[in-house]
Design a protein around this ligand. Structure first.
Ligand code: MN
Length: 146
């Protein structure tokens, strides 16, 4: 289909809404996933994730990069050792092997586009030593959800 019309903010006709990840496979809360573009002839996939108010994505890292544009709502992200407030149209680059996590605010969803390699490695979750390192920074300790 050449054109799939938007049916609302972060919603498109003919695009299925999935759970972000398989339940129990990794820690997360209240996140949906939609695949906007995925074609074998394209080396990338373009997805849309929506974190419900108070929800969060998985704290993870991996070899592949993310190129993110915030589309809807308000939230915060951890990228490496920095926390950032997020608003629509902000761009977030997550380099290889960099810890990252997205959270929506308590009263607003956070929706974002995320570009990735079609073929990519699986995310790694933090171990106790990684968490101890991250938690040396009190602001990060207060932010992360595991
Ligand atoms: Mn990731």
């Amino acid at each position: 289909m050449s054109v799939r019309k938007a049916s609302g903010p972060g919603r498109w006709q003919g695009v299925e809404i999935h759970e972000y990840k398989q339940a129990g496979s990794a820690p997360f809360r209240e996140v949906s996933r939609q695949v906007l573009f995925s074609d074998p002839a394209l080396a990338a996939q373009w997805r849309y994730f929506e974190v419900a108010p108070g929800g969060h994505s998985t704290l993870e890292r991996h070899e592949h990069m993310h190129a993110v544009m915030i589309l809807v709502g308000q939230g915060m992200c951890l990228v490496g050792d920095a926390l950032h407030a997020l608003a629509p149209h902000d761009l977030v680059h997550i380099p290889p092997w960099t810890w990252h996590q997205f959270r929506a605010t308590e009263d607003s969803a956070l929706g974002f586009l995320c570009l990735v390699n079609a073929e990519r490695d699986r995310p790694c979750l933090p171990g106790e030593a990684d968490l101890a390192e991250l938690r040396k920074d009190q602001r990060i300790a207060a932010f992360i959800r595991t």
